[in-house]
Write a protein that binds this ligand. Structure first.
Ligand code: ATP
Ligand code: ZN
Ligand code: MG
Length: 486
């Protein structure tokens, strides 16, 4: 590692007469790096070359001491200006192709990265950009190695093969019968029979899983702020899957006059005129329900007696800009989920996960009578980070629940993820500064996709209530009729 920083400090007046005193002063404070200081007229020029401690940290410390030194001589300091900062560091792997990052030029020679930053103001150093830039370079190189690789998938358990009532695609069949209608990309309208099935799924999840385990309901806004998603990582993880929300610039109808006039004449939306009347987005539509839950708990200290904290949401749909989205209801842009969130000690969460699995098993075996399986999954980037293997990391991670879709054929591959259970360790607890009195907290969530439960069920059990398993018929034994359309 080498941190070679050249910067300058504007002084309130020329100060060459104190050059010698300054050298003495600097010798006395003893900076742990190769340090050169020079006064040139009303400018102080500083060069810090360091091999261990980072020069951008050293300068901030030194600046404070210099402010005292100059202050005593009635000279003010007007901030640090970075003239040129060269950082040399080693990475674990050689990049597979060129990389670039904002604010710096990169030259990479085998595993040695030379990062050059020029002409920046003091904030750049104070806000921690430099360390994040170094991290970003490493992250981008790592990513080149796992890109395109599949996530790790390990079967944990699989039900016996079952005989299925039919092998048709339920989405297609529902469309034929008019039960569902595509409204816009991946967003469906559910007419009474389809709505009744989805609500039955919801009722089953609530009565058989959520309530018996003691989860309590919350209601949250459908909008999620960027501040929240920056903390959870969604905004850097999937910026291309978010539905962004814009507020109007103004509510005043006069401001919208031209837009409305154009609309009245052309019966079309003039997009340019519309954009003029919108603010840039600062929020997006709920992508998963847990971020707002963590945001609501931010900064709180949870009493021991309230652990584990068990809550759930089914107030807002989740929206995702998915690939495709025209086909059926198994991968949609707007879906309905119950998401449960649990916060507690590691031991509490392990115990809870067992109970959850047991309740889900009950639903899939005794109520929906599905052919289903469970698998442990770890995204490749987490395996890279050494997540798999270590004891703690064996506990962290995700279990996917999948159901076989007979209409797609091949039993060896045609399975659909219908829900999951995750334990994420202290990632979100830390990000949102949530504490307990004594315990070390972990958290996790489980998302129950109602469209997915519905597709899995209909794909295996068909659309005729008389063929449905008796466990399910207790929740729904007759479908509401469709309105007659002529
Ligand atoms: P997938 O791998 O299928 O895209 P995911 O890993 O993105 O799913 P999560 O973010 O973990 O899904 O959400 C958990 C649950 O939410 C899924 O198990 C599923 O039930 C539901 N879900 C996620 N994306 C969709 C979608 N586009 N349409 C319907 N349900 C979805
Ligand atoms: Zn979640
Ligand atoms: Mg997805």
């Amino acid at each position: 590692m080498k941190f070679d920083l050249k910067c300058s400090v504007q002084l309130s007046r020329e100060a060459e007469e104190i050059a010698d005193e300054l050298q003495e002063f600097v010798k006395d404070i003893g900076v742990d790096a190769d340090l050169k200081l020079e006064i040139e007229g009303d400018k102080l020029l500083i060069q810090i070359t360091s091999h261990e401690k980072r020069s951008h940290q050293i300068i901030l410390q030194l600046y404070k001491q210099l402010a005292v030194f100059f202050g005593k001589r009635k000279i003010g300091l007007r901030g640090i200006h970075v003239d040129e900062y060269e950082i040399e560091f080693e990475v674990e792997k050689k990049p597979l192709k060129d990389i670039s990052i904002p604010f710096a030029d990169l030259k990479i020679n085998d595993k040695i990265v030379l990062m050059k930053i020029v002409d920046k103001e003091e904030d750049f150093l104070r806000e921690g950009y430099v360390d994040r830039m170094i991290r970003l370079v490493k992250e981008k190189i790592d990513k080149q190695y796992y890109e395109g690789k599949k996530e790790y998938w390990q079967l944990l358990w699989q039900s016996e093969e079952k005989e299925h009532v039919w092998n048709k695609d339920p989405s297609e069949e529902m469309q034929k019968r008019g039960w569902i209608k595509l409204m816009s990309k991946g967003k469906w309208f559910y007419f009474p029979p389809a709505a009744a099935i989805m609500r039955a799924m919801e009722k089953i999840a609530l009565q058989e899983v959520v309530a018996p385990l003691g989860f309590k309901e919350i209601i949250q806004p459908m909008h999620v702020s960027f501040a929240t998603w920056i903390r959870t990582g969604h905004l850097e993880g999937m910026p291309g899957e978010i539905y962004y929300i814009c507020e109007p610039e103004s509510r005043e109808i006069e401001e919208w006059e031209k837009f409305v006039d154009l609309l009245k004449i052309t019966r079309q939306v003039d997009e340019k005129e519309l954009l003029k009347n919108l603010k840039p987005p600062k929020t997006g539509v709920c992508y998963a329900q847990c971020p707002n839950i963590y945001a609501a708990l931010a900064g709180k200290t949870i009493a021991e007696e309230s652990l584990p904290l068990l809550i759930f949401d089914h107030s807002t749909p989740s929206d995702r800009y998915e690939a495709g989205g025209k086909h059926g209801i198994e991968r949609v842009d707007e879906f309905h989920r119950i998401e449960i969130v649990y916060i507690g000690t590691k031991e509490q969460l392990i115990e809870l996960r067992e109970k959850l699995i047991e309740r889900y098993r009950h639903v899939f075996d005794n109520i929906l009578d599905l052919e289903w399986r469970m698998a442990r999954v770890t995204p490749f980037y987490l395996q890279q980070a050494g997540i798999a293997g270590e004891e703690e990391n064996e506990i962290k991670g995700t279990i996917d629940f999948e159901a076989y879709l007979p209409y797609r054929g091949d039993r060896s591959k045609e399975w659909l993820e219908i829900q999951n259970i995750s334990i994420v360790g202290d990632k979100y607890i830390k990000a949102f500064n949530i504490k307990a009195q004594k315990s070390q907290l972990w958290s996790g969530c489980s998302g129950i996709g109602l469209e997915r439960w519905m597709v899995a069920f209909l794909a295996q059990k068909g659309m005729e209530p008389e063929n449905w398993p008796s466990g399910f018929k207790k929740y729904l034994d007759k479908l509401p009729g469709m309105p007659k359309f002529l």
